[in-house]
Design a protein around this ligand. Structure first.
Ligand code: ADP
Length: 441
């Protein structure tokens, strides 16, 4: 700072001294004139440098920083250094960005950055391919304007991204995408799309195979079962061992029939072409009938109560709901020892209709709960078989619940009992005539 003033004031002070000398030799007027002319020259000199600087600042793109003598030499040198530093940093950033772009282009997944209004801020080539985008033309456009599949638009509108969306026929026929949205940095969203066409094809083959095998097994099983029953009931069958063997054969073929039926039910539920046929289901009536069936299954071994605290009907499929509710009631009966209590209820949680079955049965320890809806997952295999279980009941319930956009909640304590609840979305609630809460013993 001191150096600056020293250099800046050197010339004016020298001029002042010279002017004083002129004053002493040629008088005040000549000295004032001399001083003014030199100040004017100095001013013009500085203005010229400022003009050069202003000219450069107005369009510095690619042009060299001006240079000038005296004080300006150092100022321009510093500016030049700053500009070079800035250009270097800029080039480094561009290189890093290009590097990132190359890396994201090599990703086996489509990636796009969306703003809070789902406008595309950036996308990689694979995302362009998946959604038919053009990164030069479509930046700033809303993605729903370019990818208009109703399922995709609805998925974005729901703003619930915990589960990925499987989108079939996206852009090209036969292309199946798994789409995931990850919110980040406040309002932005990272969209990741993965081509799962191949996996879907394998999954469809698996589903078809299970459905076909189950279907093919059904007829021979019915025939075998018929013969076994006929033989077992023959009056002249005296050999007790043969009778016992036939009885066991009958039990096993019945079990196989139940398995085949459950596998076929699951295949039907998984079939993407099997769209949910919806109607207004009067749940109270349905539950009264299931309650009666439950009582005959329990054979008076349990206290089975029905509580109808909800008067609304439900938008759904009556057959599927009967199957899901029936499965949960039958499980409660099968896994509750004699003398236990079971409460079947239809009520509301806020605006959401809820079906639940609470039992005082054997309960389930916490490590099993998250896996109960997997096919053939059993906590106690022998107990499941003894009570005629197939290991597929809860998988069926889970499928039916998700086809109705409902949630299956399970709470349980080993040795104390369990509660299985199906929580339906409020949108499925249909107001029905006012009905009083009924409690049936
Ligand atoms: P399963 O035909 O074996 O009953 P599910 O899919 O219906 O098959 O149920 C899976 C497993 O969950 C059962 O094997 C059982 O161990 C457990 N489970 C289901 N419901 C209950 C319940 N109410 N109480 C205790 N355990 C249960």
């Amino acid at each position: 700072m001191f150096d600056f003033w020293r250099r800046a004031l050197f010339l004016p002070l020298a001029l002042l001294l010279l002017s004083l000398l002129v004053w002493a030799t040629a008088g005040a007027l000549s000295a004032t004139l001399f001083f003014s002319i030199f100040l004017l020259i100095l001013l013009v000199f500085h203005l010229r440098q400022l003009e050069a600087l202003d000219y450069w600042l107005a369009d510095s793109n690619g042009r060299a920083v001006p240079d000038g003598p005296g004080l300006w030499e150092e100022i321009f040198a510093r500016l030049n250094k700053m500009v070079r530093q800035h250009r270097k940093e800029y080039e480094q950033r561009v290189a890093a960005l290009q590097h990132m772009e190359q890396a994201t282009s090599a990703l086996p997944e489509g990636v796009a950055i969306l703003d809070e209004a789902y406008r595309i801020e950036w996308c990689n080539p694979l995302a362009e391919q998946h959604f038919g985008l053009d990164s030069k033309r479509d930046i700033g456009q809303q993605i729903t304007y370019l990818a208009r599949q109703p399922e995709f638009v609805q998925y974005l509108a729901m703003h619930e991204f915990s589960e990925p969306l499987v989108l079939s026929g996206a852009r090209q026929d036969g292309l199946t995408l798994s789409i995931k949205l990850i919110p980040y940095g406040g309002n932005n969203l990272l969209l990741i799309s993965r081509d799962i066409t191949h996996l879907e094809r394998i999954e469809t083959m698996r589903r078809d195979f299970v459905a076909n095998v189950s279907h093919e097994l059904r007829t021979p099983l019915t025939v075998v079962n018929g013969f076994v029953e006929t033989l077992h009931d023959m009056p002249n069958l005296e050999n007790s061992m043969a009778r016992r063997a036939l009885q066991l054969m009958g039990e096993q073929t019945h079990r196989m029939e139940r398995l085949v039926d459950d596998l076929l039910t699951l295949s039907k539920l998984e079939d993407t072409l099997n769209v949910l046929q919806e109607e207004a289901v009067e749940v109270s009536g349905l539950l009264r009938s299931l309650h009666q069936e439950g009582q005959s299954l329990s054979a008076e071994k349990h206290t089975l109560r029905l509580e109808l605290a909800n008067s609304c009907a439900l938008l759904g499929n009556a057959d599927e709901l009967r199957s899901a509710f029936g499965n949960l009631i039958s499980n409660a009966i099968r896994y509750t020892p004699q003398g236990g209590e079971i409460l079947v209820s239809w009520h509301e949680q806020g605006e959401q209709p809820v079906f639940s079955v609470q039992d005082s049965g054997i309960g389930i320890s916490p490590q099993h709960i998250s896996r109960l809806t997997e096919r053939f997952y059993r906590v106690d295999t022998s107990r499941s078989r003894e009570t005629g279980g197939t290991g597929l009941g809860l998988a069926i319930v889970k499928h039916i619940a998700s086809r109705h956009q409902a949630r299956l909640d399970i709470t349980s304590e080993e040795g104390k009992g369990s509660t299985f609840s199906i929580v339906f979305p409020a949108s499925r609630r249909l107001p029905l005539r006012a009905e009083e809460a009924i409690a049936t013993e």
